[in-house]
Design a protein around this ligand. Structure first.
Ligand code: GAL
Length: 401
């Protein structure tokens, strides 16, 4: 990718300029330089965007320490993750002009993450991503009851879920953060003591990989995902309606008015939900199609495969219309939930003093299908003792001119 070449060249140019223009070793100390990125401080781009302050994430909640961990690579790409809910807080990637852009919409300090209704900004979602109808499912003849925290249904793991627990964090090097969490038997109504390990890795090819692993001591159901809200033009830069999206799916799982799948798997061809060919998100978002009405826009599970794949497969790609930032999502999961920020209301102040305006972000949540524990013809989400749940997804960033 040419931008990977351009960045080192621009750094070299800046270095030569500095050599010619300055007469001593005194460094122009930018207030926004967060770590040891000395070259970064002179580039105009880096002065416009910075990572949230680590101190704003340091606290002790229920006896556990919270913090902000920073992954970085040789291209100056940086990912900031807090162990509060395992949330991706910021991701700085270069745009088509080489300007670093934070593509993650959300808060820039811990406190708002902990208060009020959960927005799920950047969060790890568990035990079950998306909805379980009426908060009930039956396993081996026993019915389990979960919280109904979304109308009549259970959403994203319940009242606390994995998005509001403190994960144990271990940053093993500049590019890897390992998070672990042990969920007690019966937590949020789910059976089994579940031990989950999620590893965030930032590669030198500007890929953020999220690898999930889990084991249980009793048969249970599980569907882990990440709920990052993206705006590829930069957080707080307006709606995502002019972004271009492509999803590698021919079929989807239509929903009822409470967003529970009907159980059918239907063709996308000929519907305004079809993104097989790259299409502007806003083009058909107000269509009168019943599914778009139920979703209040796009809020649907796209079928990528009939089961979890052994390897990563391309799932979706999005282009930021202004930035030229191009994000490719690949996953081992059989589904991906495309959510177009229809429940965003502008009521939360996000990073940069901006608001979380209506449809100013989108989510692409790699996952098994919603309500699978109650749907016989969906791929199974059951995890049994002795088995290891293992899956991964990658978000890769480049630019298109
Ligand atoms: C999405 C879900 C939406 C909404 C959102 C959080 O994953 O599909 O319906 O609940 O999370 O506001």
């Amino acid at each position: 990718m040419n931008f990977q070449l351009r960045l080192p060249l621009s750094i070299l140019g800046i270095f030569l300029l500095a050599l010619g223009g300055c007469n001593s070793g005194s460094k122009n100390q930018s207030a926004e330089t967060t770590n040891s990125q000395a070259t970064d401080s002179t580039a105009t781009a880096s002065q416009e965007v910075s990572l949230p302050a680590k101190a704003d994430f340091q606290n002790t909640i229920s006896g556990k320490k919270t913090d902000l961990y920073v992954l970085k690579n040789k291209n100056n790409v940086q990912a900031a993750i807090t162990n509060y809910g395992g949330r991706l807080v910021s991701l700085l990637v270069p745009d088509k002009a080489g300007k670093m852009t934070d593509v993650i919409v959300g808060f820039d300090k811990l406190q708002p993450f902990t208060e009020g209704a959960d927005t799920y900004f950047g969060a790890l979602i568990g035990r079950y991503g998306n909805r379980i109808a009426k908060g009930k499912f039956t396993l081996d003849g026993k019915t389990y009851t979960l919280a109904t925290n979304n109308g009549p249904n259970h959403l994203h793991g319940g009242k606390v879920g994995f998005s509001r627990v403190i994960w144990d964090a271990n940053q093993t090097n500049d590019s890897t953060l390992v998070l672990t969490y042990v969920s007690k038997d019966g937590e949020e109504g789910y059976p089994g003591t579940l031990t989950s390990k999620v590893t965030y890795t930032l590669s030198s090819a500007n890929e953020l990989k999220i690898a999930y692993e889990a084991t249980t001591d009793k048969k249970t159901v599980l569907n882990l995902t990440n709920h990052s809200y993206f705006n590829l033009n930069g957080a707080g830069s307006g709606t995502i309606l002019d972004h271009q999206l492509q999803i590698n799916a021919d079929r989807y799982t239509p929903v009822d008015s409470t967003l529970i799948p009907t159980g059918k798997i239907e063709a996308l061809a000929g519907t305004p939900l079809n993104f097989k060919k790259a299409t502007i998100i806003g083009d058909r978002i107000n269509d009168t199609h019943q599914q778009i009405k139920f979703g209040k826009g796009y809020d649907h599970n796209y079928v990528l495969a009939t089961q979890r794949s052994a390897t990563l497969k391309p799932a979706a790609a999005v282009l930021g219309d202004k930035s030229g930032i191009y994000m490719e999502v690949s996953t081992q999961e059989p589904g991906i939930q495309f959510y177009s920020g229809n429940f965003m209301t502008g009521s939360n102040q996000i990073k940069g003093g901006k608001k979380d305006e209506y449809r100013s972000a989108f989510c692409l949540e790699t996952q098994h299908f919603p309500d699978s524990p109650n749907q016989r013809n969906f791929p199974s989400t059951v995890l049994a003792p002795g088995q290891t749940y293992k899956t991964s997804s990658v978000y890769k960033f480049s630019v298109k001119q």
